[in-house]
Design a protein around this ligand. Structure first.
Ligand SMILES: O=C(O)Cc1cc(O)ccc1O
Ligand SMILES: [Fe+2]
Length: 443
């Protein structure tokens, strides 16, 4: 059940059904007196039973051992993992940027390699997000992870990840993303010597696709490009018990010893499932006349809040695209927003930053901090002849969130944080001249 390319089920939020062994899924009902093939039935509810149908998420699993059979959890060290509420540092109005974080020296699996940058909200009241990075150089062996605090949006930057989840296997590479729902158990194998990337731990409402409004029925991310895993389970004969299940709960790591693999689901049906998505499948829209659109046009996934249009978090990408706007300053404009923006770079160069924003690096522009193009980008983009231009070799992303992100102590004091980020805007000298043309670019 463990070899080769995984099989996938198509569609975002679909009600899927999948059997690793034919006949494992009961027909016509969820909980027969005895489930097929000697399996145990269990329901995993990602939403309250009574939430409206369009957001209701639950999956029925048919497993070898009930997940209830395990010993007590005990606390284990959190390493560099931290949770909301974030109180280690004062929220900062400064613009911050980090160089790529050094890789791990010691043997480090995905759990050990989680490193929290910061976040907002509260893990226990299911609001806000945490931003983490990961650096790993070995597979999780006889070890599994489950996060009761939030869902995990994993954005690989270097190295592939093989995710073996309760519901089956997902392979992801840089340029793709994976989402592990809250409460779903998994482990991470590394087919390459090392892996690095970013994680948005979403404490709030599950990520969903944004409304398209006047865009119409197509464009942005399409439901059919999301893939959930087909059922797959670890062969009990191949798992050397005891194994450790690490649970993130209330901001801390806990561990329980299991005498069997927690990945023992032989069949499942429902709509609460992990998925992967290839960012190259995103249909990128932009202006075909003038002016730079707001980046909400690049939203892949959104975690709504109780206020319509105000996201707990948005996952936004800046993929390769054509720029054709006439008489327009084409890169992002100077701006200050109520929303807070954590950005990372998967590869290439980001169009607002000619210098210093590196693949594997990151920036944070908290609520109402002034930012935008650096001096070099401004100088070029305000004078360049405006022929149609392909922005290629680039893939940046943003975790945009409704509340300021408060940093962890280690992220604020990190040696790889750039001390001179403010200098990016130093070269923007005043150019005001009352006698100049009123509107030299008027179209
Ligand atoms: O700050 C950034 O680079 C992200 C961003 C991009 C854009 O095109 C418009 C606004 C915005 O915050
Ligand atoms: Fe911004």
């Amino acid at each position: 059940m463990n070899e080769g390319e995984p099989r996938y089920l198509t569609g975002f939020g679909n009600s899927h059904q999948s059997e690793a062994v034919p006949g494992a899924l009961p027909r016509g009902q969820n909980s027969p007196q005895r489930a097929p093939l000697g399996l145990y039935a269990e329901q995993i509810s990602g939403t309250a039973f009574t939430q409206p149908r369009h957001v209701n998420r639950r999956t029925w699993v048919y497993r070898i051992t009930p997940s209830a059979r395990h010993s007590a959890y005990h606390r284990i060290p959190n390493g560099h993992l931290r949770s909301a509420p974030f109180t280690e540092t004062e929220p900062t109005p400064n613009r911050l940027r980090w160089n790529p974080q050094p890789g791990a020296d010691n043997p480090t699996d995905f759990v050990d390699g989680l490193y929290t940058i910061g976040g907002n909200g509260n893990a226990l009241t299911h609001t806000g997000i945490a931003v983490h990075t990961y650096r790993a150089n070995r597979s999780m062996t006889r070890r599994y992870l489950v996060d009761a605090d939030g869902e995990l949006l994993i954005v690989p930057q270097a190295g592939r990840l093989h995710l073996f989840t309760e519901l089956g296997r997902l392979h992801v590479a840089p340029g793709q993303i994976a989402l592990i729902p809250r409460g779903i158990r998994f482990r991470v194998d590394l087919p390459d010597p090392a892996a690095a990337g970013y994680v948005c731990e979403n404490y709030g409402a599950a990520f969903t696709l944004p409304e398209r409004g006047p865009i119409g029925a197509n464009g942005l991310a399409d439901e059919r490009h999301f893939q959930a895993p087909a059922a797959a389970y670890e062969d009990p004969a191949e798992v050397a018990a005891p194994v450790q299940l690490v649970q993130k709960f209330g901001g801390n790591l806990w561990a329980s010893e299991f005498d069997h693999s927690p990945l023992d689901v032989v069949a499942w049906h429902g709509n609460y499932a992990p998925y992967r998505y290839n960012l190259a499948d995103f249909t990128t829209l932009g202006t075909i006349s003038h002016d730079h659109p707001d980046p909400s046009i690049f939203t892949v996934l959104t975690s709504p809040s109780d206020t319509p249009g105000l996201a707990n978090a948005d996952f936004v990408i800046f993929p390769p695209r054509w720029l054709v706007a006439e008489h327009t300053f084409r890169p992002p404009w100077f701006h200050r927003n109520i929303m807070s923006e954590y950005m990372g770079l998967i590869h290439g160069v980001y169009d607002a930053k000619a210098e210093g924003f590196l693949p594997g690096g990151a920036s944070l522009h908290n609520s109402f901090t002034s930012h935008g193009p650096d001096a070099e980008t401004y100088a070029k983009a305000s004078t360049v002849p405006l022929a149609p231009q392909k922005v290629d070799n680039t893939l940046a992303f943003m975790f945009e969130t409704r509340w300021p992100i408060t940093l962890t102590r280690h992220a604020l004091d990190a040696p790889h944080r750039q001390g001179d980020y403010d200098a990016a805007w130093d070269g923007l000298a005043p150019r005001f001249s009352p006698d100049a043309d009123a509107d030299p670019d008027a179209g």
